[in-house]
Design a protein around this ligand. Structure first.
Ligand code: ATP
Length: 512
């Protein structure tokens, strides 16, 4: 645990030191849970977005893109259920004046009980060694059974009370369990209240005529309201998808864990429209396809898992998260939801316009069902960045900090380094840059000894270093060094473009 926390701290400071992420308006002491992406962060974020877009839109004949506005007609959010039900239950501590999500306080408490059970299991595993039968132990050990039951009872009661909107019982549960303010230990709580997560704003010049608007809390609704526009103008046939990336805003009560939970963030969503009755087949298809997309980045299969939702949102008939092993444990990275015809039907009702598809094969009109894939770009950034950052022990006993970003996502693909700042080497290096920069984001670095420069590029995440030395002047060859293996190879300048394409090109990457 301490090791994990330590790694997380390193992630945050490394992101700042190497120009990936800064706190927002830092010169004014920042704005809580709002972040800015620096020179490298902007590139990494763009590369993740492009990788998603190419995989979803370019590679699928039946998926097209969209770029809808952040502002939408306010009725949109009545139809979607966000005005009524996009709430978190919050509770304040009267002594510390701190605000918490009541459900998160209870979930954290239940997780502690779970940890006790896990400890018992780990102890037994150690004691019994090879012959340990975990399933048997978990189903018979009285302590583990008690912990598990306790946890289950608490979570079930919470789910029941939240479902019934019995907020008094949520508070009663917090008091019965003796849950204290995690910061101060105080148990002096206010009542639990519902808090809507949408940011409101106004459109119009004068106070009397202004319309109340919301900043969109998800990009999905922009897709639903344009369903027919895209279907008709693109002559799309079901099944087909509409994909979109863009900002979303949520007034999160407790925004923490760096860019994991922000108030302004970016989503990458795709809504796939299918025949009613075929949605669960497509749901399975997209679960598998999206997991494979993650695995294609090579961050380690063991760092992903599915979490199927037991309690489904009112609009869904199946839902799962792809969870990632973040520095603070497994947490939701992407959601795959079978949303039925809920959204399109709701927009039909509120707008009075038909949102239906005429299926020529069935010779009938229907409101399509929808399977959605929804991922947070910033969360994806954190997953990639935190998993790539390593302190590596080298054979000679020293250590190096290396950011092993997947080469296809790395902000800068290669650094061109003249061995010394004279003898015409910088000029050759500049010429190489002038040639490569048409295809790749490359950089020039001549300061310090070349070993120091290698370390600097390792830490910044640059996958290749290309060094120009005195032999280059004779044989038109340079040394190319691989960030991860630290292997160096002598190659012709004329081969550089092909070498980089082989390693970084979308097609070659996907094929390998
Ligand atoms: P959580 O349970 O973590 O609040 P959610 O289930 O509300 O997330 P969705 O509404 O399904 O999230 O949104 C889809 C995706 O958008 C999430 O999987 C996540 O990657 C991202 N996301 C949601 N809220 C935030 C946020 N506040 N900051 C950053 N990313 C977010």
């Amino acid at each position: 645990m301490a090791q994990q926390e330590d790694h997380f701290k390193k992630v945050i400071s490394h992101a700042k030191e190497y120009g990936y992420i800064f706190g927002s308006s830092e010169i004014y002491d920042g704005l809580s849970a709002v972040y800015d992406y620096g020179q490298n962060g902007a590139e990494l974020k763009k590369n993740i977005r492009d990788y998603w877009w190419k995989s979803m839109v370019q590679m699928n004949e039946n998926i097209v893109g969209l770029d809808a506005s952040i502002f939408m007609h306010p009725t949109t959010w009545k139809a979607s259920g966000h005005v009524e039900a996009f709430n978190d239950p919050l509770i304040d501590n009267k002594d510390s004046k701190k605000r918490y999500r009541a459900d998160v306080l209870i979930e954290d408490y239940a997780e502690k009980i779970n940890q006790k059970a896990e400890k018992e299991i780990a102890k037994a595993k150690k004691r019994f060694g090879e012959s340990f039968d975990e399933a048997e132990f978990v189903s018979t050990n009285p302590r583990v059974l008690r912990y598990r039951e306790e946890q289950d009872t608490i979570l079930k009661r919470m789910a029941r009370s939240l479902e019934a909107e019995d907020l008094a019982d949520v508070k009663a549960l917090i008091e019965e369990l003796g849950i204290a303010d995690p910061d101060t230990g105080s148990k002096n709580w206010t009542d639990v209240r519902q808090f809507n997560l949408m940011f409101g704003t106004k459109l119009g010049a004068s106070a009397e005529t202004a319309t109340d608007l919301y900043l969109r809390p998800e990009t999905a609704q922009g897709i639903f309201v344009n369903f027919l526009n895209v279907q008709k103008s693109g002559r799309m046939k079901i099944p087909f998808g509409i994909a979109q990336t863009g900002k979303a805003f949520r007034n999160e009560i407790v925004a923490r864990q760096f860019i994991f939970r922000m108030r302004e963030f970016e989503q990458m969503e795709m809504q796939f429209f299918v025949r009613p009755g075929e949605e669960l087949k497509w749901y399975e298809h997209w679960k598998e396809t999206r997991l494979n997309w993650h695995l294609s980045l090579g961050l380690g299969k063991e760092n992903y898992r599915f979490h199927d939702h037991e309690k489904l949102a009112h609009y869904a008939n199946a839902a799962a998260d792809i969870e990632f092993n973040f520095p603070f444990g497994f947490k939701e990275l992407e959601g795959i939801h079978s949303r039925t015809d809920f959204d399109l039907k709701a927009h039909e009702e509120h707008s009075g316009k038909k949102l239906q598809f005429f299926d020529p094969e069935l010779n009938e009109n229907y409101v399509p069902y929808v399977v959605e894939t929804s991922i947070g770009l910033d969360r994806m950034f954190l997953a990639v960045f935190s998993q790539s950052l390593e302190e590596e022990e080298l054979e000679n006993g020293s250590t190096r900090t290396v950011l092993k970003l997947p080469a296809i996502l790395a902000p800068v693909k290669a650094a061109i380094l003249p061995l010394v700042k004279k003898d015409g080497l910088p000029e050759v290096a500049r010429k190489i840059i002038d040639d490569l920069k048409w295809d790749f984001n490359v950089t020039y670095d001549e300061k310090d000894a070349v070993g120091r420069r290698y370390r600097r590029q390792d830490a910044a995440g640059t996958p290749f270093c290309i060094t120009v030395d005195h032999d280059t002047l004779e044989d038109d060859s340079v040394t190319i060094r691989d960030r991860d293996t630290m292997e160096q190879k002598r190659v012709k300048i004329s081969e550089l473009n092909t070498i980089l394409h082989d390693k970084i090109d979308f097609k070659n990457w996907m094929k390998s």
